[in-house]
Structure formats: structure tokens, C-alpha cells
Write a protein that binds this ligand. Structure first.
Ligand SMILES: [Zn+2]
Length: 484
């Protein structure tokens, strides 16, 4: 079966603001149920919503960062539906005049940079939360979340595989975190996404399109990927069963069960007309002027893609290293501080993405939050580069203590007696002993077997209890073997 995968992504992002979208209730997670509410967010008759300026500006900054066209005139609409977590019976959202249109999210694929086009970005309010307690027949509703500012970011179906879906979310989240407008954490629900999946099958009679399925309830990047894989397989199966008739099936909405790793059809997908959108009569249309645009502009820092490019150009890093360093703004900034403190860029990148990253993951913090002073890391990187301490000793003895105790690496080298031996007269004696112990390796090397040198190097390292500078050991050995 020859087919093409089309995935469009709808992302809901909670903005980190002090107060809710249309009232003054604080936005806070974890407060006792229904303590952060007022007549506006509870939908009491006569209560009037007032848009949150901060939320508007944050959303504009996001639109800027994603190269969208920002509307000069925008308005809010009522999206009508009934659900217990929606106290008003409608959600204030945006319909025909969204905040922004166009723009794109760039992802890095094997073939290079791919631009996933965006359709629109609009602002709306979050709903409350239904709580179903185990063993209870009751459902309770907590309205603390109701009215929290949300932006919805809708992409075109340019995402061509489950893996690209993951990359898209990663890239979008990186931009959001650079802007510092949301925690964008899927587990905590401040970033929620609904992939819209279908496949186009090439047949002798033309292209057959399976109906678009929207997948809900995904709480991790991994589940997004798994759900997409599952849907693609299901669409192929449907085509095998129904042939071209598959195109006549209605659009539907699916859930995903991460226990069974399966998607399940919940209902037919709603169409826009089902929601009876109409203009929100309590909020006049909004004109976005230069003052808001200026403030939003000032919020946009150097973004991941520009930073990646600069890191590659200025520091000679590989695309891979640059991408990984720039994923979190704090890590990228930290890298630059270490380099400014005098460490060479490439080894610094290796340390950060290797051992330092390992310690950060173990403690579940960002690299920059490890408490590792940039100047100390720089001095450790230099000690290794200058051959004053072995990489292994730095990994095993220096770095863990620097992180745990804030220790100074040069001091540790002295205190722990870790200084590398690079005095060639000392090493020459050890090298001669090694050659005497393993004359076969020496003969092999002289006969042209380069690898035989490793055995001799190993002996010298053992003799010096790992403290010999491997580069000097190698040159001393070569010198003896090649000239004597
Ligand atoms: Zn309120």
C-alpha cells in the first residue's frame, strides 16, 4: 500500500499570567477546589468579562516568534456547547477573526529544516475540571481552572510522520519556553495537544483519503507518537476492509488508552456549525495597536533557530550539538557563560551534553540549575584539555564533587592527588618496562600493527595507576619503538 501520512496539530497552551483571561481571579495550580472563582468565571448572569491585557500581549509575542500575520482587528466569539465543566454553557473563544494567521514551526529532519505551516493562533479560556473519585458515583467540578488564558495553535496537515509530530511539539515548546510565557508542561496539562490524523492512499483510480480523526487525552509526547502510529495502522486496516468507500466515513474523535496502547473511537467529530458561534456581545472588537506590538516585540528573545545557527557559526559546533544545547534557553545561556569564562567551545559542549546532562537528569533539574558555577566548570574543562587531569578522573572524581559540594576542581586535583603524570622522563621508564613485559606487542607494532600500541599503553596506564597523560604516553612509546 502506497500512502502518505497527514497530521495537523491542535495545541492548547496555558499562558502563565497572574490573573485569568476575563476576570481578576488568580491563576494558580493546586489551590483548594473552587477557591479561585468569581461571578465572571462562574458564569453568573450579568457578570461582565474584561480581556486580560498581559495575556493578549503574550499571545502576540508567540505569534511574532512564529512569524504569523498578526491581525490589526480581532474579536471574541462564543462557542456554545454543554458540558458540566463549562459553567456559562459557552466558551469565549475566537472564530472568524483570530489573533493571528499563517506562520510556521521549523523542525530539523534528516533532509534538513522543514517548515510546518500554521493555520491560525487564537485566544480562548480554559474550562473547569471534572473530578471522578474512585469508588464514588459522584463527579465533582472544580472551577479554579475555568477562565485560565489559553492560546490555541493550529497547524496545517504538514506533519508527515509520528516522529515529525514529536519534533513539532518539541520545537514549539522550545519557542514557548524561550519566550517564558508558559511552563508548557504536558504532564501538568499546561500544554495539551490533539493530532488530526489521516492517510492518502495512492490507488490506480486516484488518491483515496481516509477521514480525519482527532485524538484526545494525550498527556505525553510519547503518547502522541504512539497514538499516531496506532491511527495510521487503523486507517490502513479500514482501507483494506472498505476500499475507496473508506472516504465516505464521517470524521471522528478518538481517545487514547495508554494501558492498552490503543486508540478508541469516541464520537463523530463536531463541525464548526455544531457550536453555533456568534460574536461575544460583552466584549467589543479589539484593535491591536503599536503599543501592544512594541511590548510584545520586546518580549521576543533570540529564538532557538537563530541561536542554533549562531552556535554553529561562532563556536564551530555540529548541527546536532547546537540543536541539543539550544533546546532550553537556560542551557544555551549557561554554555555561553562557561565559554566566556575561558573554556573551549567544543569540549564544553561535550561535557554539557554528556556527563553534566546525566547529573541534571538524575536530579531532575535543568543543567543551569545544578548549582555548578560556570567558572569552575570552565576550569575543569581546561584542566582536562591541558592534560593536567585525565578525563576519567574529571568524570569520576571532580564533577560529582563539584556538583555536590561546590568544590574547586584545581583544589580537588591537589587534594586527591589526581594530577596527571606528563613528565616524559617518568613515563619513559614506565614505557620501557611495558615494552620489556610485552615484547610481542612491541614487535607487532614495529611490524606495522598500529593497534598493538594499545596493549603497551594499557600497561603504562596500569603502572601509573591511570594518572599518566595518554597523549604523552603514546608519543613516548612511539618515540622509543620507532627510533630504537
Ligand atoms: Zn473569576
Amino acid at each position: 500500500m502506497k500512502y502518505r501520512v497527514l497530521i495537523g496539530m491542535e495545541v492548547h497552551l496555558q499562558l502563565r499570567t497572574k490573573s485569568k483571561m476575563f476576570c481578576r481571579c488568580p491563576v494558580r495550580f493546586g489551590a483548594p477546589p473552587n477557591t479561585l472563582t468569581c461571578p465572571v468565571c462562574l458564569g453568573m448572569p450579568g457578570a461582565l468579562p474584561v480581556p486580560n491585557r498581559d495575556a493578549m500581549i503574550r499571545a502576540i509575542a508567540l505569534a511574532r516568534a512564529l512569524d504569523c500575520d498578526i491581525a490589526t482587528d480581532t474579536k471574541f466569539d462564543r462557542k456554545n456547547y454543554f458540558y458540566p465543566d463549562l459553567p456559562k454553557g459557552y466558551q469565549i473563544s475566537q472564530f472568524d477573526r483570530p489573533l493571528a494567521t499563517g506562520g510556521c514551526v521549523e523542525i530539523v529532519t534528516e533532509e534538513g529544516i522543514k517548515r510546518i505551516r500554521l493555520r491560525r493562533i487564537h485566544i480562548e479560556e480554559d474550562v473547569g475540571k471534572n473530578i471522578h473519585e474512585d469508588g464514588s458515583k459522584l463527579s465533582r467540578v472544580d472551577f479554579n481552572r475555568a477562565g485560565t488564558p489559553l492560546v490555541e495553535i493550529v497547524s496545517e496537515p504538514d506533519i508527515a510522520s509520528p516522529e515529525e509530530a514529536h519534533k513539532y511539539l518539541d520545537a514549539l515548546r522550545a519557542v514557548v519556553r524561550y519566550l517564558d510565557i508558559s511552563d508548557a508542561n504536558m504532564q501538568e496539562g499546561n500544554l495539551r495537544c490533539e493530532p488530526n490524523v489521516n492517510i492518502h492512499i495512492e490507488t490506480e483510480d486516484g488518491v483515496v483519503k481516509t477521514p480525519i480523526v482527532e485524538v484526545k487525552n494525550l498527556n505525553s509526547m510519547r503518547n502522541v507518537e504512539r497514538a499516531a502510529i496506532c491511527e495510521i495502522a487503523r486507517h490502513q486496516e479500514l482501507y483494506r476492509e472498505l476500499g475507496a468507500k473508506v472516504a465516505d466515513l464521517p470524521r471522528s474523535t478518538c481517545g487514547f488508552d495508554d494501558q492498552t496502547d490503543k486508540t478508541f473511537v469516541m464520537r463523530q467529530k463536531e463541525e464548526a456549525h455544531d457550536y453555533r458561534y456568534f460574536p461575544e456581545p460583552d466584549i467589543p472588537p479589539i484593535q491591536i495597536g503599536s503599543a501592544w506590538l512594541g511590548t510584545a516585540n520586546d518580549m521576543v528573545p533570540e529564538l532557538p533557530r537563530a541561536k542554533r545557527q549562531r552556535f554553529a557559526d561562532d563556536y564551530g559546533l555540529s548541527a546536532y550539538d547546537a540543536e541539543n544545547l539550544c533546546r532550553e534557553r537556560s542551557t544555551a545561556d549557561y554554555f555561553e557563560t562557561v565559554v566566556k569564562a575561558g573554556a573551549a567551545a567544543k569540549p564544553t559542549a561535550n561535557w554539557l551534553l554528556g556527563d553534566v546532562s546525566f547529573h541534571a537528569k538524575e536530579r531532575q533539574v535543568a543543567i543551569a540549575a545544578l548549582g555548578l558555577a560556570a567558572s569552575r566548570l570552565a576550569s575543569m574543562v581546561n584542566l582536562v584539555e591541558e592534560g593536567k587531569v585525565s578525563r576519567k578522573a574529571a568524570e569520576k572524581d571532580l564533577l560529582p564533587r563539584m556538583i555536590a559540594e561546590g568544590a574547586d576542581p584545581a583544589q580537588l586535583v591537589t587534594d586527591l592527588g589526581l594530577a596527571q603524570v606528563d613528565d616524559s622522563s617518568v613515563l619513559e621508564e614506565a614505557a620501557r618496562q611495558a615494552i620489556a613485559q610485552n615484547p610481542k606487542a612491541a614487535a607487532d607494532f614495529r611490524a606495522g600493527k598500529e593497534k598493538a600500541l594499545n596493549a603497551l599503553k594499557g600497561l603504562v596506564m596500569r603502572e601509573t595507576r591511570g594518572k599518566a597523560n595518554p597523549t604523552v604516553v603514546e608519543s613516548v612509546l612511539r618515540n622509543i619503538l620507532e627510533t630504537e
